[in-house]
Write a protein that binds this ligand. Sequence first.
Ligand SMILES: NC(=O)c1ccc[n+]([C@@H]2O[C@H](COP(=O)([O-])OP(=O)(O)OC[C@H]3O[C@@H](n4cnc5c(N)ncnc54)[C@H](O)[C@@H]3O)[C@@H](O)[C@H]2O)c1
Length: 432
Amino acid sequence: MKVSIFGLGYVGAVTAACLAEQGHQIIGIDIHPQKVEDFSLGHTAIVEPGLDELLRQAWRNGLLRGTLTSDEAVAGSDVSLVCVGTPSRHDGAMDLTHVSEVTRQIAAELGHRKKRHVVIYRSTMLPGSTEKLAQEFLSAFLRHGSLDVLYYPEFLRESTAIADFREPSLLVVGTQNAKPLHPDLALLFGRDAPVIDWATAELLKYACNAFHATKVAFANEIGRIGKHMKIDAQLLMKLLCQDTRLNLSPYYLRPGNPFGGSCLPKDVRALGHFARERGLSLPLIENLLVSNQQHLQTLLSLIAERGKEVVILGLSFKAGTDDLRGSAMVEVAQSLLGHGFVIRIYDPQLNLKRLVGSNRRVIDLKMPHLASVLHQDLASAIGQKGLILAAQQCVSIAELRKHVTAAHHIMDINGWPELRSLPSTYEGFCWE
Ligand SMILES: NC(=O)c1ccc[n+]([C@@H]2O[C@H](COP(=O)([O-])OP(=O)(O)OC[C@H]3O[C@@H](n4cnc5c(N)ncnc54)[C@H](O)[C@@H]3O)[C@@H](O)[C@H]2O)c1
C-alpha cells in the first residue's frame, strides 16, 4: 500500500519504519525541514532501539520519501496516517490544532481527486474528536463513500516501540458507528482486529493511560508507606501481583455498583487515617472513598430524575450474601425513604429475623422500617410500574420476565445484559 504519514516524531517515525518493513511504500510529512530531510535519507534523530536500522533498510529498498507538502503526500498515497502531536494547553485541555490543520490539508487535497482514500488517526485524541474533525472537514467525502475515517489508537512505549508495534499489547480499530473494515485494510491491521466505534476507541486510549498512571501512583503510595514503616514494598508489590485472580485480573474492573461490604470501605478508611497520622500524603488512596461517594451521589441523582416509585432488587452489598454492611443499596434506600419515595425491596438472601450483630445494627440505624418495604414475594415487590434498580442478580431473568411490564423502567446497576430482553425500558447506570 502507499501510505502517507503526517508527523515524523516518535509515533510517526516508528510507524513509518515498521510499515515499510512490511513492504508498504511510505511518504513522510512534517513541518520541520530537517526531520523531512533526515527521513528521506533513511535517518532520524529520534533515539529508539532498532529504529535507525529499520529506516535505513527501508531507504535501501526505496520505500521512503519525505516531503514538506501535504498535497503531494495525499495525492501519492491510498492511506494517510495522522501521527502529529496533541499536547496539553496551559489549562490542561488537549490541543487539537495540529490534527485539525493536517485534516484540513488532507481535505483540501481530497477535493481535487476522485480516488478512494483512508484517513487513520493515530494521535491520542479525546472522545468525540474524530467525529468533530470528520464533521468539520471530511463530511462530504464520507457522504460520497469515497473516504474511510478510522481512529486507530497507538499503544507503543518509547524504548520498546518497534517490538510493541510488531506485537501490540492491544489492537482495536475505531470506525464510524463501528462499521466493518474494508477488506483491503486488513493488510494494515490484520484480519482479527476488533472494530469498535470512534469514540470508544478514543476513550479506550485514555482509559489505558489513566489506568497505567493509577497503577504507578498506587504502587508509589504503597512504597511511601513501606519506606516509612521499614517494609520492603518492592517485595510486597511483587507478592500483590502474584494474585492473578483478584488483583491483576478483570475482577473489580467493571463499571457498576459503588464498592461496599464489610472490608473495602473500612480498610481504605483505616489506611488513609494511618497515613495521615504519620504525616504521609496518599492522595490516591485517600480519595477512593470520595470517588465512591461521588458515584453513589450520581446514582441518587439519576434515580431522582426517573420518578418517585422505586423497586430495589438486591439490598446486600453483593449477590449471594445477606451482609448489609457498607452496602450502597442500603444508602440508596435510606436516602429515597428520607426524600419521600415509595420503595419496595426484594432480596431473597435477606431474612430479617436472622439478622444479628453489626448487620442488625446497620438496619436499626439506617432503616428501622425495613420490614415494611421488604417484600418476600417477587410479584408484589415488582408491582405494576416504577423504576427497578437491578443492583444484584438475586433472581433469574425467567422469573423477572413473569412480572416486569412495559410500564417499568430498569436501571441496571451491575452489568446484567439479559435485562435488555425484558419488556421494560433499559438503562445502564454508567454505560450505554
Ligand atoms: N510517544 C509515544 O510514546 C506515544 C504513544 C502513543 C500515542 N502517542 C500519541 O501520538 C501522537 C504523536 O506523539 P509523538 O510522541 O510522536 O509526538 P512528536 O511531538 O514526537 O511528533 C509529532 C510530530 O508532528 C509534527 N507536526 C506537527 N504539526 C504538523 C503538521 N501540520 N504537519 C506535519 N507534521 C506536523 C511535529 O513537527 C512532530 O515532528 C500524540 O497524540 C501522542 O499523544 C504517543
